[in-house]
Design a protein around this ligand. Structure first.
Ligand SMILES: *[C@@H]1O[C@H](CO)[C@@H](O)[C@H](O)[C@H]1NC(C)=O
Ligand SMILES: *[C@@H]1O[C@H](CO)[C@@H](O)[C@H](O)[C@H]1NC(C)=O
Ligand SMILES: *[C@@H]1O[C@H](CO)[C@@H](O)[C@H](O)[C@H]1NC(C)=O
Ligand SMILES: *[C@@H]1O[C@H](CO)[C@@H](O)[C@H](O)[C@H]1NC(C)=O
Length: 642
């Protein structure tokens, strides 16, 4: 690849006649970028200063853009920094860019660049950010990144790089951010990274890296890295040798690998680590966590026990593991814990005695908890805002102690048949401190409980809801006094229940429906009757604005002829009186039509008989008519016979 490029260059330089021709020709063919691309002065990403932004995308039709060496940079009277994007243009070769000292950002994302001229950037020496994301690069050569010593941000993601050589980044001493995501690397390119002594953020996710053994390597650059992403590789284990002594890692993403073992003290050399992600691996045994750790994401593994978390921990995600018990309260300090997710485990008892003062989100869904845990109280969880209890085998809901919340999730409770009086009486809302004077209320999701058929009248006594979702249950009736329905600021979702549309639910049409129609009409489309038969499937909104008590009418209950008519789920039905009139009218008109039809038929039959004799004679004389009127003749014969 490079040989060809050098050859071209050779011919270009050492053939003076041809060379001159080319130069004059090139002057004529210069492409003024702003004639084809969008050029505008916009604030920089950090908003501190203006940059001259040049955006060339696939919509722009630039002829002969095969090599970008023919472009002419725009006049830039204000001396702004230039950010230029040549994206989605189908470029396969990158030419040498013409000189410009203001160019700071270049993006060639989403082309098909495979080859390049030597030193393509040597005339844009102040380049800081460069992106080759989504191209066809298979290798890098040392003559790609020459004379851009100030480069800080290099994006080579989504290419086909299989390996990097020690000299590839030889001149890049100031790179802070290197993205090699989604390439075909099989190992961490330690030697190639050596020149990048300022590297902080290294993304090696979605490659084919199968081991991490960085301790033995004398690599200053890797010691400096603070963010390392190794997600989506083929790493099998993390061992003591994995990370250098006294490294600077603050964030380590090892999610989506096939790690089965993390050696007990493998992570203890990461003595600045704040965030660790080991989600979606196959880790069974616990290991030591660095004392600085704040965020631990360990979901979707096969852990049987709780790791020992340091007291700095604020965020724990252990969902979808094999935990069967809670942590040992004598051994932990969870005074800083804000989020605890242990959904999808096999925990039967959730019993805590020590306060979790900062916890605002607790997820204990999809475990084996059969009662609302008694420890769920504002004494133990003084700052709780979000509680998830979904998918547990809870048969009866009762919050024994006062608990202030913003949102309570209790979906998918398959064993729940009845919500009893006072079930939620001890749950109270939590105000948003910023909006003082607002009512204390909480939002409840109690949806998809297939067997839930009754919510007793006093279930919410003494409490106040902002929103109630009781969709997808097996409810047939609902008490008007269950709630102050008008205070639900975000409405009630009652859809997908087999409501029994009788006089008992008339209040719903009178009180709730108009309110929902105005404020939450999207919650009406699947609000339908399940019974009686005559109304099955009918939308309640069908009765919107009816003046009479539609569901209390006895005639309707028995499902007479008019009842049958009503099973058509139309949204705006006519009123009862006009309906009767129309029906009667229809019957009358139908009768009249029938009588006149009969008279007409009798008369026309007589006429046919008279005409038949004449026609018979005619038929015998002409053969043509025989063919064309075959059908008619048959009809006449049929009439004759009768
Ligand atoms: C690590 O890379 C994966 C895949 O590219 C990405 O989804 C994830 O957000 C990255 N992690 C961090 C912390 O940026
Ligand atoms: C992870 O473990 C599970 C069961 O423990 C097994 O079925 C699965 O194949 C393992 N995955 C890998 C990538 O080893
Ligand atoms: C829902 O209620 C009906 C009777 O009202 C009952 O036949 C049905 O089995 C119930 N469904 C479930 C899943 O419990
Ligand atoms: C319902 O009635 C109100 C007043 O009685 C009227 O303003 C509104 O347009 C009606 N809506 C429909 C859909 O008929």
């Amino acid at each position: 690849m490079r040989a060809v490029n050098i050859l071209t260059l050779f011919i270009f330089i050492f053939n003076p006649v041809l060379g001159q021709d080319e130069v004059t020709e090139q002057v004529h063919r210069l492409i003024k970028v702003c004639d084809y691309c969008t050029c505008s002065e916009i604030p920089d990403v950090d908003g501190t200063h203006l940059v001259l932004n040049i955006q060339c995308s696939e919509l722009d039709k630039i002829e002969n853009l095969a090599d970008l060496d023919k472009i002419q940079w725009p006049a830039n009277p204000n001396g702004l920094k230039i950010a230029a994007a040549f994206e989605g243009l189908g470029l396969t070769t990158l030419g040498k860019l013409p000189p410009n000292s203001q160019v700071e950002t270049l993006r060639f994302s989403n082309n098909a660049i495979k080859t390049y001229w030597p030193d393509p950037f040597s005339d844009v020496q102040n380049l800081k950010k460069l992106s080759f994301s989504q191209n066809e690069l298979t290798e890098i050569t040392p003559d790609l990144f020459t004379k851009i010593p100030g480069l800080e941000d290099l994006d080579l993601s989504y290419n086909k790089i299989t390996d990097l050589n020690p000299l590839d980044f030889k001149f890049l001493h100031h790179v802070k951010r290197l993205n090699l995501q989604s390439n075909l690397l099989k190992k961490i390119p330690v030697d190639a990274l050596q020149p990048m002594i300022m590297l902080e953020d290294l993304d090696l996710s979605k490659n084919g890296i199968f081991d991490v053994l960085l301790r033995r390597i004398e690599s200053e650059s890797l010691k400096k890295v603070t963010r390392l992403n190794l997600s989506g590789n083929r790493i099998r284990s993390i061992v003591k040798e994995s990370f250098p002594e006294n490294n600077n890692l603050e964030l380590l993403d090892l999610s989506n690998n096939i790690i089965e073992v993390v050696e007990e003290d493998a992570l203890l050399s990461c003595n600045n680590l704040r965030e660790l992600n080991l989600a979606q691996n196959n880790i069974t045994l616990t290991f030591a966590l660095p004392p600085t750790l704040q965020i631990a994401i360990l979901k979707i593994n096969t852990l049987y026990h709780w790791p020992k978390f340091p007291s700095s921990i604020t965020y724990i995600d252990l969902s979808y593991n094999r935990l069967s018990a809670l942590y040992n309260e004598n051994n932990v300090d969870f005074n800083n814990l804000e989020v605890l997710s242990i959904g999808g485990n096999q925990i039967k008892d959730f019993h805590i005695e020590n306060k979790l003062p900062k916890l605002f989100s607790l997820d204990i869904s999809y475990n084996l908890i059969s009662d609302v845990p008694k420890c769920l109280s504002s004494q133990i969880f003084p700052n709780l805002e979000e509680l998830r209890l979904d998918g547990n085998p809870i048969e009866s809901i009762y919050f024994k102690n006062i608990l202030a919340l913003k949102t309570l999730y209790m979906n998918d409770l398959n064993k729940l048949l009845v919500v009893e009086d006072k079930a939620f009486s001890n749950v109270i809302g939590r105000t948003n401190e910023l909006m003082s004077g607002e009512k204390y209320c909480f939002t409840l999701f109690l949806s998809n409980c297939a067997s839930l058929h009754t919510i007793q009248e006093g279930a919410f006594d003494g409490t106040s809801l902002c929103m109630l979702d009781i969709s997808k249950n097996n409810l047939t009736t609902l008490s008007k006094t269950l709630l102050e329905w008008t205070t639900l600021s975000e409405g009630a979702n009652l859809q997908f229940n087999p409501w029994h549309c009788s006089c008992e639910l008339q209040w719903l049409l009178d009180d709730l429906l108009p309110q929902m129609y105005r404020a939450n009409s999207r919650l009406l489309s699947e609000l339908r009757c399940g019974s009686p038969r005559a109304y099955q499937g009918l939308r309640l909104v069908h009765w919107y604005n009816w003046t009479e008590q539609a569901m209390c009418n006895d005639d309707y209950m028995r499902g007479g002829p008019r009842g049958t008519y009503l099973t058509e789920p139309t949204d705006s039905g006519p009123k009862v009186t006009s309906l009767t009139l129309i029906l009667a009218g229809c019957i009358l008109v139908a009768l009249l039509i029938a009588i006149s039809l009969f008279v007409y038929l009798v008369k026309s039959r007589r006429r046919h008989r008279i005409r038949q004799a004449a026609l018979n004679r005619k038929r015998q004389s002409t053969t043509d008519e025989k063919n064309s009127n075959g059908l008619q003749r048959e009809q006449f014969t049929a009439l004759n016979k009768t």
